[in-house]
Design a protein around this ligand. Structure first.
Ligand code: NAI
Length: 429
């Protein structure tokens, strides 16, 4: 099949590479000329394990272009993977999606399947269909399919090659798109969930909101455990054996971040309010998450008399390991908070870079040892393998103080203590 993927970000690039690997001819288009130039030169603008290799492997039938109109014209299938960030009021910014639609309306001259991969609020795909018709596109020129993406950054390639399920939302009178979707994904043998357009949109939001709820729930439980001197790791194991609960996604720490959970939970809350539903739980999930960083700063204050001019090394900037994505990263929020209260923050991350907006008393180092040098306290904010396997005797020699705050419960407290350091975890008495 000839497929045009519109948007060369985390989702668009991964999708383009995987669909090319399935044997399709793929053109990945983006309005960001610099990004496209890099891709044409073989430079991959994001860090995602395995992506460079997959793009290289399929270079004969995977191209990159800043001429979106040309790619649209030549393709049978258009896959929209542009960003849908939050507006200031928390609503989803659909500007990029609708600008792609304008582009499609201008050039479409034969039947195409238009697949929305971008995460959009319930009702958006139906509105997209209405807009195309309003712009003069004959209804028989297109079908819109909602096909939300569930990949996780850091494991995006394997998540796309072997998804748990494929969700397909169809227009009421669409008799042909399901077969096309099955042809696109013919290499994958997974269950299909077929529903209407808002059904697919709701599945995506519900999935993210449910996962965010698990995180906030465990973070709230860890606060209670902390007060009763109960080890949250025992509680996690103890409940995780129950198949109705399952052991996954029960970790505690600085809270959820990234480009999806924060904006999608908020967007779902607004979608509920728009229809006069008061989403009490969704609101609570966000409140817990928003206060997590503050919790850790408060906790640290009981171990350090004064923050002013204290040198604190924060290990990790990205919102989770194996990605360079810093959007809504709790690690970054922690760095900013510590800087705000007068600390000198040294930081190190294997892949992520501090944004330009962070400056003053925050310095990012190229190597971990330099970042640790003479620190009063070390905080593990992102659970990269590199930090889990730290040589604590080396750390002891390099730092000035003795406090190690493991804000992800990812290291063995005994190893830290054996090196003569003090360990502060998340509800790990
Ligand atoms: P991103 O911000 O990394 O990439 C979006 C790309 O779209 C940018 O390169 C931008 O230049 C391009 N773009 C914007 N307007 C365009 C236009 N008119 N024509 C062509 N290109 C255009 O976004 P990301 O993270 O890839 O997310 C894309 C969508 O997928 C969002 O709706 C997001 O919520 C959803 N999603 C993201 C996941 C993730 O882990 N990042 C996972 C699942 C869904």
């Amino acid at each position: 099949m000839n497929i045009c993927v519109i948007g060369a970000g985390y989702v668009g690039l991964t999708t383009a590479a995987v669909l090319a690997d399935f044997g399709h001819t793929v053109c990945c288009a983006d309005v960001n000329n610099e990004r496209i130039d890099q891709l044409k030169r073989g430079v991959i603008p994001i860090y995602e394990p395995g992506l460079v290799e997959l793009i290289q492997k399929n270079k004969n039938h995977l191209s990159f272009s800043s001429d979106t109109s040309k790619c649209i014209r030549e393709a049978q299938v258009l896959l929209i993977a542009v960003g849908t960030p939050s507006l200031v009021d928390g609503r989803t910014d659909l500007t990029y999606v609708f600008s792609v639609l304008d582009n499609i309306a201008q050039v479409i001259d034969s039947y195409k399947t238009i697949i929305t991969k971008s995460t959009v609020p319930p009702g958006t795909n139906e509105e997209m269909s209405r807009q195309l018709i309003k712009k003069g596109v004959p209804p028989h020129y297109f079908n819109i399919v909602s096909n939300p993406e569930f990949l996780r950054e850091g494991t995006a390639i394997s998540d796309m090659l072997q998804p748990d399920r494929i969700v397909v939302g169809l227009q009421a009178d669409d008799g042909r798109s399901l077969a096309i979707m099955k042809e696109i994904y013919q290499q994958t043998d997974v269950p299909y969930v077929v529903t209407n357009l808002p059904g697919a949109e709701m599945i995506k939001y519900t999935s993210n909101a449910f996962l965010a709820t698990k995180i906030s729930f465990m973070n709230e439980i860890s606060r209670i455990c902390d007060r009763y001197e109960v080890n949250i790791e025992d509680v996690r194991k103890g409940i995780g054996f129950d198949p109705r609960i399952n052991p996954l996604f029960l970790s505690t720490g600085l809270g959820y971040g990234g480009s999806c959970f924060p904006k999608d939970v908020r967007s779902l809350e607004i979608s509920a309010l728009d229809k006069n539903v008061t989403p009490v739980l969704l609101h609570a999930v966000q409140s817990v998450n928003q206060s997590q960083v503050e919790q850790y700063v408060t906790k640290l204050s009981s171990f350090m008399e004064d923050f002013a001019n204290k040198k604190i090394t924060v290990l990790g900037i990205s919102f989770k390991p194996d990605t360079d994505d810093i959007r809504y990263s709790p690690a970054l929020a922690l760095i900013e908070k510590l800087s705000e209260i007068g600390c000198i923050v040294h930081t190190y991350d294997p892949k992520a870079t501090l944004p330009k907006s962070v400056n003053g008393n925050v310095i990012q180092f190229e190597d971990m040892k330099s970042a640790l040098n003479q620190a009063d306290c070390v905080i593990i904010a992102t659970e990269w393998d590199e930090f889990k396997q730290l040589d604590w005797h080396m750390v002891k020699k390099v730092i000035k103080g003795d406090i190690i705050m493991d804000a992800r419960n990812c290291v063995d407290p005994n190893l830290v203590k054996q090196a003569g350091l003090r360990y502060i975890g998340v509800a790990r008495p």
